[in-house]
Design a protein around this ligand. Structure first.
Ligand SMILES: [Zn+2]
Length: 1022
């Protein structure tokens, strides 16, 4: 099925317009400079007497050539079409050149409208290009369109789109219209849907990627020659009104603002539909994720752009009928021709212009037999610019959706008819969105249950006042109108970014999926690569038709509808308004007259004036208000329903939800996790290198955020990949899976988590800010201790322990330090153990000790926790004799040093304060007093380091050189600029040496209160 709105109308509409703007038959006037300055009247005469008659003739011929190709795709017709385009382009150049030469300085102050004509006619677009490039662009575009229009896929799963001719039986070969479309809409066979979804992309986008890149270069060149930044800006120029100071950026901002306004409604619909699909397809992988995007092939539409075909299983009240009147249309023997006449009658009932006779003679209203000729089925409305020929080309099916499309296309022709007597450059919509909105606006009335009932398409038993039925009806409208919004918006956001160079050809497909994941919340059901070009699987991309118009149209059609309902005298809820309702009397005609008045303006005035006209002065802006008003009851229903079902609106931006793809999930995880972890580590670094209350609060917040993320991702992962899936992962993937299944502290509830982190921060602070007074009588009472006597662990206490040989001094410091630290945190530590163990148990461990040992355990090699404990014990037993020898030796040396009053028992343990280290963990400080051969040079180079003025920087540089000499990686620039290598002045820090990874791939730092001594030199290397 065609997206009806896509209305290829523009296809021709655009071509012909551009041509028209340029057309001037060759040789009518030589582009020589005039002697006398031209007046506005001269220009007016030129337009009406010279330019217009010839342009109309030439354009009609050109549109005819295009029509022929589109309704009969042959190489010959394609050549004719291209030749015609080239002819027109050539004339256009002459016109623009002539106007530029002769009417550049005309005083238009009394006639702004004429100036608008002049300004539009000097733009050439593609025709700016040198002949060879113009011709190349035509060829490239024709080739892409041709690929799209003639693409076929095989219904048999397993037959690749490239093998259709050879390997697919004729009766299984499918074209987009009607075969593929019907299956995508109606089939609930997931593997088949996936096959069709992929095959269509294989048959189209994949074959045009290179052409598209070339097309972009050429389009940009043409646009730039008109003075635009790029072709995206040229496309947006339909919305730009420099005289009103409404510039390119104003439009971009306004569109984004409108999308943001609508997003919450879309998210509610998305959440509800995702849930319905989960019920419909319980085994499909991509749907298991409760916060996942929706796999793109399940939405009843090749591009997931409108979801109307899901209402059979997702509508609010499944026991009540849906509003799909297709069966009734079939039953009543509707024909394509009949549907167009009904639409024509509807327009006439509002006092609008009927389709002229030639329309009925020349239009193509149903698909011709493909054996006879191939056609571009995409529905479109055509203006031949001769004020006589207007046509529609549509492969109309007998179904409700097509009935609405008929109105849509007729809306275009109605616009053509209303403005046909304006100057050619004004024969277009006030902006592109207006043109798309006309038919849709009227269809909003046609689609009301009351109107459908009046047409006899709803059974007499259908009670239009039943609120359940009304919800079904509004839901069906939401699947059509709300589901479309992000797609309508992103199509051109994506192409704007291609034209402006933000997206390069090598990223075409990955970026496309980023946009789909971001705006639509859909994901690819099979893996995609840069060999694919999935955007090219959508008509408007190969056909070079801008798309923002549909987004704009979907907004303003509700403004128009509201304005017309009001004009008709209707006062009820907007979604029930049918402007043709007989009870409104002449109201429908009044509304029709208001619309006609707006349409007649064409593009002769800024579109803001057109909005002002139709809203009768209420506003001059695009406004999402009427749309939201229309869907208010549905938004309320969805919000309530989602709450009942405990659904969370929104989705993770996963681009690939294919079965095989744990790796792709992981890639996504890594991207998201590095951002979260970077924030977490940064906050922690900031705190540890500057202990303040504010930094502590920031660290706790970042840490809580990180925990919430860990929890969410782990749950998500387990929701998507169940036990069977895990068995299919390879070893590395399974390791990752298992690691991510463990939450660590994040397994705690938020309250407990926060308590734990606060306990840790408090203990860390106690430890890091602890001081001991040198005066033994004062001990820990810093208020009484002179500043100079306040000893910190690093460097003061460490130094003293390293050098002092006064047992009383060492004992004092040893004892006071424990009082200043451990004793103060005893209670915190008990709570800490409780919480840590709680987290460990939640992760499936016995206790935190087992968690800490987990990195040593390798279940895949049958190396268990018990094995590890046993092995560590063994190592200790093995080392113990050596340690005992050293211990005995040192004990003797210490007795020699301190006498037997201090070392009372030669067979006993050594008093802990005598080992030159606060924790007796390294005895290096005793080297000078205990080495076997005193008097010989020591290996302790500390003294020498001080003498040679080594500083922290030199120590780290020396260490780095040692690493690089081994062929290892040098520290990056960020290391040297960000690390804290010495203890800073004026702020409290956690001195304990540590190395940091910020998880962003570039920031790695060390924090160390380095002193120039051998011990620290070792630590530096470590
Ligand atoms: Zn259209």
């Amino acid at each position: 099925m065609i997206f009806r709105i896509l209305l290829g109308s523009f296809l021709v509409f655009a071509l012909s317009l551009v041509h028209a703007e340029r057309a001037l038959p060759q040789g009518i006037r030589s582009p020589a400079k005039r002697e006398v300055r031209a007046t506005a009247q001269d220009f007016f005469d030129y337009i009406h007497k010279d330019y217009q008659p010839r342009a109309e003739k030439l354009t009609a011929e050109d549109v005819e050539a295009s029509w022929k190709f589109n309704t009969n795709i042959t190489a010959h017709n394609e050549q004719e079409m291209i030749a015609s385009s080239e002819k027109v382009a050539k004339f256009d150049k002459e016109i623009a050149t002539y106007i530029r030469a002769n009417f550049k300085d005309v005083d238009f102050s009394a006639n702004a409208t004429l100036k608008r004509v002049r300004d539009k006619l000097v733009l050439l677009g593609d025709a700016n290009l040198p002949d060879a490039e113009f011709s190349e662009l035509q060829t490239v575009e024709a080739r892409m369109k041709n690929i799209y229009s003639t693409a076929k896929v095989c219904k048999t799963i397993g037959v690749h789109a490239d093998d259709v001719e050879d390997k697919c039986p004729k009766e299984h070969q499918l074209e987009l219209e009607p075969g593929i479309t019907q299956l995508i809409q109606n089939s609930r066979d997931e593997p088949l849907l996936k096959h069709l979804w992929k095959s269509w992309r294989d048959a189209t986008g994949r074959h045009m990627k290179h052409d598209y890149a070339r097309y972009v270069v050429l389009k940009n060149k043409g646009a730039q020659m008109d003075g635009y930044a790029d072709n995206g800006a040229a496309w947006r120029s339909t919305y730009v009104e420099p005289d009103l100071e409404y510039l390119d950026q104003n439009f971009i901002d306004e569109a984004e603002g409108i999308w943001q306004q609508l997003k919450p409604l879309y998210e509610q619909l998305h959440a509800y539909v995702r849930h319905s699909l989960q019920t419909q397809y319980p085994t499909v992988r991509g749907l298991r994720n409760p916060k996942g995007p929706i796999p793109a092939h399940l939405l009843g539409n090749m591009w997931a752009q409108q979801w109307s075909n899901l209402q059979d299983f997702s509508r609010p009240h499944p026991d009540k009928p849906s509003l799909d009147v297709t069966p009734a249309m079939v039953e009543k023997n509707y024909t394509a021709n009949g549907m167009f006449h009904m639409s024509d009658d509807f327009f006439a009932s509002l006092g609008l212009i009927r389709m002229p006779g030639k329309f009925w003679d020349h239009s193509m209203l149903s698909k011709p037999d493909p054996k006879e000729r191939l056609v571009v089925c995409h529905a479109s409305a055509w203006d031949f610019y001769n004020r006589e020929d207007f046509r529609i080309k549509q492969c109309t099916d007998i179904r409700m959706k097509d009935f609405i499309t008929v109105h849509h296309e007729m809306g275009h022709v109605e616009y053509y008819l209303q403005y046909k007597d304006l100057e050619i450059p004004f024969r277009r919509g006030a902006n592109d969105g207006f043109h798309e909105a006309v038919g849709d606006t009227l269809a909003l009335s046609v689609q009301t249950p009351s109107h459908l009932k009046s047409l006899g398409l709803l059974a007499d038993s259908f009670n239009i006042n039943d609120s359940d039925l009304e919800e079904n009806s509004l839901y069906s409208m939401a699947l059509e109108k709300i589901a479309f919004l992000p797609f309508g918006y992103l199509m051109d956001k994506y192409r704007y970014d291609i034209f402006n160079g933000k997206i390069k050809p090598e990223n075409y497909n990955s970026k496309w999926w980023e946009y789909l994941a971001e705006y639509q919340g859909i994901c690819a059901p099979v893996p995609r690569s840069e060999d694919d070009f999935d955007a090219g699987a959508k008509f408007h991309v190969p056909s070079s038709v801008p798309y923002m118009r549909y987004f704009v149209s979907f907004i303003i059609q509700f403004q128009f509808h509201e304005a017309m309902c009001k004009e008709a005298g209707y006062t009820g809820p907007l979604h029930r308004c049918d402007i043709s309702d007989p009870s409104l009397g002449e109201g429908g005609k009044r509304a029709g007259a208001l619309l006609a008045k707006t349409l007649k303006m064409g593009s002769s005035q800024p579109w803001q004036n057109a909005i002002e006209t139709i809203t009768k002065g209420k506003t001059r802006k695009m406004d999402a208000g009427p749309l939201l008003e229309f869907f208010k009851p549905m938004q309320e229903w969805l919000t309530k329903k989602n709450q009942e079902l405990k659904l969370i609106p929104g989705w993770h931006k996963i681009t690939d939800c294919s079965a095989e793809n744990f790796t792709s999930w992981l890639t996504q995880y890594n991207t998201e996790a590095s951002a979260v972890m970077f924030a977490d580590v940064t906050a922690s670094w900031n705190y540890q290198t500057n202990i303040t209350d504010a930094n502590e609060a920031a660290m706790l917040a970042a840490s809580a955020n990180s925990a919430a993320f860990t929890q969410a991702k782990s749950h998500e992962m387990e929701a998507i990949f169940n036990a069977t899936d895990v068995l299919q992962l390879n070893k590395t993937e399974r390791r990752v899976f298992e690691k991510l299944s463990k939450l660590g502290d994040a397994a705690l509830e938020a309250g407990d988590f926060n308590s734990l982190k606060t306990l840790i921060a408090n203990m860390e602070k106690t430890y890091s800010t602890a001081k001991v007074c040198k005066d033994r009588g004062i001990r820990l009472d810093m208020a009484k201790c002179p500043e100079k006597h306040q000893l910190e662990l690093e460097p003061h206490i460490k130094d003293i322990l390293d050098k002092s040989r006064d047992p009383e001094e060492m004992k004092y410091l040893w004892h006071a330090w424990r009082d200043a630290t451990g004793k103060k945190m005893r209670k915190d530590y008990i709570s800490y153990i409780g919480l840590k163990n709680k987290a460990a148990v939640a992760d499936g461990y016995k206790d935190t000790a087992e968690v800490w040992r987990a990195p040593y355990v390798e279940p895949s090699y049958n190396y268990t926790d018990a094995n590890f404990l046993e092995e560590v014990d063994k190592l200790w037993v093995q080392m113990k004799p050596l340690y005992q020898d050293l211990h005995a030796y040192i004990r003797v040396k210490l007795r020699d040093l301190y006498g037997d009053k201090v070392i009372t028992n030669l067979n006993g343990p050594i008093p802990a304060h005598l080992l030159s280290n606060m924790w007796a963990q390294s005895w290096l400080g005793l080297l000078g007093d205990t080495q076997p051969f005193r008097g010989k040079p020591q290996l302790d180079v500390s003294t020498e380091m001080v003498a040679q003025k080594w500083d922290a920087d030199k120590m780290f540089k020396t260490s780095e050189k040692f690493f690089t000499d081994l062929g290892l990686i040098a520290m990056p620039q960020e290391f040297w600029s960000k690390s804290m290598l010495t203890k800073p002045e004026g702020r409290e820090v956690v001195c304990h040496a540590s190395a940091w990874d910020f998880y962003n791939g570039k920031d790695f730092t060390i924090k160390q209160c380095t002193s120039p001594n051998m011990q620290d030199l070792f630590t530096v290397h470590q």
